[in-house]
Write a protein that binds this ligand. Structure first.
Ligand code: PEP
Ligand code: MN
Length: 338
């Protein structure tokens, strides 16, 4: 970090900042200019609270140089991480990773029909919530463990990697015993104890961005998981809350190049929560692949009109199949496979 002193600061103000820097276990580098004195603090200050320096007399501002996250950052790992989600599914490599399935697991027929259809069309992962975070407590909350059992059955029949949400620390072990990938939902991105508990399972984690979280906060949430010794974090953009009403959420695809610049972790896009409308899903999938996304998490339901959750944003297996054909061309154009 660099400490910029205010014009007219005295040698004793500079010395005070130098003392603080040294007390933090860092080294200083003082540079006295004609107008301004600048003090560089050298060393890893990620675990240092900068408040004391910021509030010291005659300090103008403190400018951080390194990102506050470490394991998630490009500074630590220059090459993109390729994460294995199961025997037939990886994300982050040249191949685009398609994860598809219903918002919620509803019953055996619904899940198995969807799983076989999306696998035939080219998906490598099956999504489906057994524990659903619902805004309204009277809405369908998911089948719980019965839903996890159905997901495991679908994996047995199709070989798809199962991605499902875990909402509470109490359920981490149970969900991990059925799932290949643990999804942390947007509402739980800031639930640091849950992030750590999920991280400790060693399973790959699909971490959704909080709908009001900054990119910085998103990557710090990933850092919580990685700090538990789990490097298998897949970032997922699912849209943020804005004043717009023509979409359920606003899907900021600019996060793809931003993540690529900041982090080695793969990023997948969820165009379903990201728009709230089935008719928008294909266009956003294409745009996401063109912009460099590593994968897509798409809601597919055999009968969206009667879906228990998120029917309006779910595409049918037929639309999914047609979409995958179109995505192949886009993936090829940007040097990826599908
Ligand atoms: C979902 O994937 O169905 C879901 C509830 O996601 P989010 O946490 O992004 O709302
Ligand atoms: Mn959903």
């Amino acid at each position: 970090m660099i400490v910029v002193m205010r014009p007219g600061c005295r040698p004793k103000d500079v010395q005070h900042v130098v003392d603080l820097i040294q007390q933090m276990g860092l080294r200083e580098h003082v540079s006295v200019g004609s107008d301004r004195t600048i003090i560089g603090a050298i060393g890893d200050k990620r675990h240092v609270d900068m408040t004391a320096i910021e509030t010291a007399p005659m300090v103008d501002r403190v400018v951080p140089i390194l990102a506050p996250y470490k394991m998630a950052s490009r500074e630590v790992e220059a090459h993109p991480s390729v994460i294995s989600l199961g025997p037939h599914a990886t994300v982050g490599g040249p191949q685009i990773c398609l994860i598809a399935g219903p918002c919620s697991v509803e019953d055996e027929t619904q899940l198995l029909t969807t799983a076989h259809a999306v696998r035939e069309a080219g998906a490598v992962g099956l999504r489906g919530g057994a524990f659903k975070p619902r805004t309204n407590p009277y809405d369908f909350q998911g089948l719980g463990e019965a839903g996890l059992k159905l997901l495991a059955k679908a994996r047995e029949q199709t070989g798809l990697a199962v991605v499902t949400e875990v909402m509470s620390i109490d359920h981490v072990d149970m969900v991990a015993s059925y799932a290949d990938v643990l999804q942390i939902g947007t509402r739980n991105m800031h639930n640091f104890n849950l992030l750590m508990a999920a991280g400790r399972t060693g399973k790959p984690i699909l971490l959704k961005r909080g709908w009001s979280a900054t990119l910085n906060e998103f990557l710090l949430a990933a850092e919580y998981i990685m700090n538990e010794g789990n490097r298998n974090v897949v970032l997922c953009e699912r849209g943020i809350r804005t004043h717009e009403r023509y979409v359920r959420n606003t899907l900021p695809l600019a996060i793809i190049p931003a993540v690529k610049r900041e982090s080695h972790l793969p990023i997948v896009i969820d165009p379903s929560q990201g728009t709230g409308h089935a008719y928008m899903v294909p266009a956003m999938c294409k745009a996401a692949i063109a912009a460099g996304a590593d994968g897509l998490l798409i809601e597919v339901h055999p009968d969206p009109e009667h879906a228990l959750t998120d029917g309006a944003q779910s595409i049918t297996p037929a639309v999914f199949e047609e979409l995958v054909g179109e995505l192949r061309g886009i993936a090829g154009a940007v040097g990826r496979g599908l």
